[in-house]
Write a protein that binds this ligand. Structure first.
Ligand SMILES: *Cc1c(COP(=O)(O)O)cnc(C)c1O
Length: 349
């Protein structure tokens, strides 16, 4: 029997993060982490531990200023949070308060429907076409907001700036969020559209291209009213979200552009090589603009490859979901890691 107090519990279906195995000597290609260490400047940014007895700057001003400077924006056009998951959750809470449904693709970052559920936001998913492309017309209907990653996850597929512009033209009465978690790996940023569209919010993360998944830094860029609204919600929830070492190390990371360019270029080069190898082994996939490839084999079921790889201590991501249950999402590791994975595949297929 249900006890009375149980009726007042918020019931949610939580997001399932990728595995973080404890084992040593594994090849970890399952959660899109960067295979290279963060900038040496990050590791060298020695904070005086004495400072830890103080509360951190609630506005994380140094980090906000560094990000704004990097993108040529004003500091009041940048919001920072504890990973882009935090920034996105705050954005759902702040901008998606309509009775009309929020639109996002059926195959996309699997946190979107979780936040919609958590915050009781109505939503409708729009099916990607057979080549995993977003269909612009699907987003022309009346809605309560639009969100999609570019490049999309887990497909790795990019839409053009013209496509985003078209979506914005048809959605001027709602906030449109472009999640650019992977844009640094060869994508095209929507930043040039910020000046023209005051309802555009762009969200980024330090987790992938800056090798700082463990630090938890994400940010949003948009016009000052959107950023102000986000800050108002944040300060109504928890003022001191970002800790002091994170502010210091994040600032160091954004200032080391040379290292950032070098490591993202390495990941892109490895991806191009890996895509050729995959094609030769009978895999099909859409050209990736991210630090992973979403691939399906013409004969061997994805689940079988996933399980066989795990036995060899190689972790990739498998989603047991409609339409994508015959695909593997393989993060790009170092050249050596990818060669080991390719050799494993050569024996299997
Ligand atoms: C990884 C990812 C995020 C979250 O990144 P954080 O580590 O929380 O900054 C957000 N959106 C997409 C599409 C992602 O793949």
């Amino acid at each position: 029997m249900m006890r009375a107090w149980e009726k007042n519990i918020r019931r949610v279906t939580p997001y399932t993060p990728g595995e973080q195995p404890e084992e040593k000597d594994i090849i970890k290609l399952n959660t899109n982490e960067n295979p290279y260490p963060p900038s040496p400047m990050v590791l060298g940014a020695k904070q005086e531990l004495e400072r830890l007895r103080f509360y951190p700057d609630p506005a994380a001003k140094d980090l906000v200023d560094a990000i704004a400077d990097y993108h040529g924006l004003n500091s009041n056009e940048v919001f920072v949070g504890v990973g882009s998951d935090d920034v996105l959750a705050m954005s759902f809470l702040t901008f998606f308060n309509s009775d009309k449904p929020v639109f996002f693709p059926d195959i996309t970052y699997s946190f979107y429907d979780v936040w919609a559920g958590l915050f009781r936001i109505p939503y409708e998913t729009k099916a990607l076409d057979d080549t995993f492309s977003l269909v612009a017309e699907d987003y022309y209907k009346d809605n309560g907001g639009v969100i999609f990653p570019n490049p999309n996850a887990p497909t790795g597929k990019l839409v053009s700036l013209a496509f985003i512009k078209d979506i914005l033209e048809h959605n001027q009465d709602v906030v449109v969020i472009v999640d650019e978690a992977y844009v640094d790996f060869g994508g095209e940023t929507a930043l040039p559209l910020l000046k023209e569209y005051e309802n555009l919010l762009i969200v980024r993360t330090f987790s992938k291209s800056r090798s700082l998944a463990g630090l938890r830094i994400g940010y949003a860029m948009g016009n000052r009213e959107l950023i102000q609204a986000l800050n108002d919600v944040k300060y109504s929830f928890n003022s001191y979200t970002m800790n002091y070492p994170t502010i210091v190390m994040g600032t160091a990371s954004i200032r080391d552009d040379a290292y950032f360019r070098e490591t993202t270029a390495k990941v892109i080069a490895t991806r191009e090589w890996f895509e050729k190898e995959l094609a030769a082994l009978g895999f099909t996939f859409q050209k990736s603009s991210a630090n992973f490839v979403f691939a399906s084999h013409n004969r061997i079921p994805a689940k079988e490859i996933f399980e066989a790889a795990k036995k060899e201590k190689i972790y990739v991501r498998y989603f047991d979901k409609p339409r994508i249950d015959n695909y593997l999402r393989i993060s790009i590791g170092t050249d050596e890691e990818m060669k080991t994975f390719v050799n494993f595949l050569k024996l299997l297929v």
